[in-house]
Design a protein around this ligand. Structure first.
Ligand code: ZN
Length: 271
C-alpha cells in the first residue's frame, strides 16, 4: 500500500512535469474507483493550468484556478508521467493530458483510490477537514501527542495510526518507530510518559524522512514506461521479521495482530 513516503515521492515525481502546464484532455476509462469520478471532471479540468501540486496526508492535490483535483492512491494506485502514445493497459483508469505532450496516468488495480474534484478549499473537503497534523511539521511534537493521549486507553500503535491524531503513520512506520523508541506496541497511549513521547516523535520523523530520501532514488521510475514507480524497499528493523533475532538484544521478534494489522516487536526491549 502506498504510504506517506510513497505519496510524497509521487508528488515530487510528477510535479516538474505538470506544474504550470495546461490540461488539454481528461480520459476516464473506469469511473468506479472508491467513489465514482465526478462526471463533470473532464469539463471542469480541461483548459485549466496546474498551479500547485500539493500533498496533505496521503492525498495529492492538483490546484487550478477553477478548483482542485483530489487524488488518493488507495491500496494499489500509482501515478506515472508518460507520452500519450503509450497504450493504456487494463488497470490504467485515468489520464490527464497536458500541453507539453505528457500524460499523468493513474493505474489502480484494486480501485480503492480516488479522483475527486472540488471548487471549494480542498483542505476543508470532508475527507481532509478532520485530518491531524503532518508528521514532519513542528506542530506534531511530543507535547501534542502526550496531551492527545491522556484519555486514550487504546494501544499506542493503534493511536499512532489514527489519522485524526497524525496523518501518514502507516503500519510499517508505526512498528518501526515503536521499536526505535523501545515502546511496547500494546501499551495504552495514556500510560506513556512525556519523556517516552520525546523519544517516539523524533523516531517517527526520522524514519519517515529516511524513507522519503530513499524514495528520491526512484524518481526516474515516474517516467519509466514499464511497471510501476517503486514502492521502495526499506531497511526494516522489526516489520516482517517474525522469529528473527532482534537487532538490539537477539531475542526472537514476536508477531501479533492489533486492530486487524500485523504488529512486530521485541518483547525484551519494548516495554
Ligand atoms: Zn530486543
Amino acid at each position: 500500500m502506498p504510504e506517506l513516503p510513497e505519496v510524497e515521492t509521487s508528488r515530487r515525481g510528477i510535479e516538474p512535469h505538470i506544474l504550470n502546464r495546461k490540461v488539454t484532455n481528461v480520459i476516464i476509462r473506469q469511473k468506479q474507483l472508491r467513489w465514482p469520478i465526478p462526471a463533470t471532471l473532464k469539463k471542469q479540468l480541461t483548459s485549466q493550468i496546474i498551479r500547485q501540486v500539493e500533498r496533505r496526508g496521503k492525498y495529492i492535490l492538483l490546484r487550478t484556478d477553477a478548483g482542485t483535483v483530489i487524488l488518493h492512491l488507495g491500496m494499489s494506485g500509482s501515478l506515472r508521467i508518460l507520452k500519450p502514445s503509450i497504450t493504456a493497459e487494463k488497470h490504467d483508469h485515468v489520464d490527464i493530458c497536458f500541453n507539453n505532450n505528457k500524460v499523468l496516468r493513474l493505474r489502480d488495480p484494486r480501485r480503492f483510490g480516488a479522483v475527486l474534484w472540488t471548487k471549494a478549499d480542498p483542505l476543508k473537503h470532508k475527507l481532509l477537514a478532520n485530518l491531524g497534523p503532518e508528521p514532519l511539521d513542528d506542530e506534531f511534537n511530543a507535547q501534542y501527542l502526550f496531551e492527545q493521549s491522556r484519555n486514550r486507553k487504546v494501544a499506542i500503535k493503534t493511536f499512532l495510526m489514527n489519522s485524526h491524531i497524525v496523518v501518514g503513520v502507516g503500519n510499517i512506520y508505526a512498528n518501526e518507530s515503536l521499536f526505535a523508541a523501545t515502546i511496547n506496541p500494546g501499551r495504552g497511549a495514556n500510560r506513556i510518559s512525556l519523556a517516552r513521547y520525546q523519544k517516539l516523535v523524533p523516531a517517527i520523523k526520522s524514519i519517515l524522512k529516511k524513507s522519503i530520501e530513499q524514495g528520491g532514488t526512484t524518481l526516474k521510475d515516474f517516467i519509466n514506461e514499464d511497471g510501476n514507480p517503486g514502492y521502495f524497499q526499506q531497511t526494516l528493523a522489526v516489520y516482517g521479521r517474525e522469529s528473527e533475532a532482534c537487532n538490539r538484544c537477539g531475542t526472537a521478534i514476536t508477531k501479533m495482530v492489533q486492530n486487524q494489522r500485523s504488529t512486530f516487536y521485541c518483547r525484551q526491549c519494548q516495554k
